[in-house]
Design a protein around this ligand. Structure first.
Ligand SMILES: [Zn+2]
Ligand SMILES: [Zn+2]
Length: 82
């Protein structure tokens, strides 16, 4: 099951489970769309994989399968791609 992490790994901004602004890689590394498009240019800095829009879990499902509350923040990994 998708972890639905609560924040961007690069800028630590909140990414609630119903935002259309979150992107993930295949390992669920989670970023905001802004970082993904500017700093990261569509590539996950951890694994090199591509970043895609995170699906939104419907509220009913979210009540049963809550989003993760573990924040991951490692700005050192988010270097600007030259
Ligand atoms: Zn960000
Ligand atoms: Zn990744």
């Amino acid at each position: 099951m998708l972890e639905l992490r609560p924040s961007c790994e690069c800028c630590d901004r909140d990414l609630p489970p119903d935002t259309a602004d979150a992107v993930i890689c295949s390992f669920e590394c989670t970023f905001c769309r802004h970082c993904a498009e500017t700093t990261l240019r569509g590539r996950c800095p951890n694994c090199g994989g591509n970043l895609v829009s995170r699906p939104i879990r419907p509220a009913a499902a979210l009540a049963k399968f809550p989003a993760s509350s573990t924040r991951k923040f490692k700005p050192s990994g988010c270097v600007k791609v030259a």
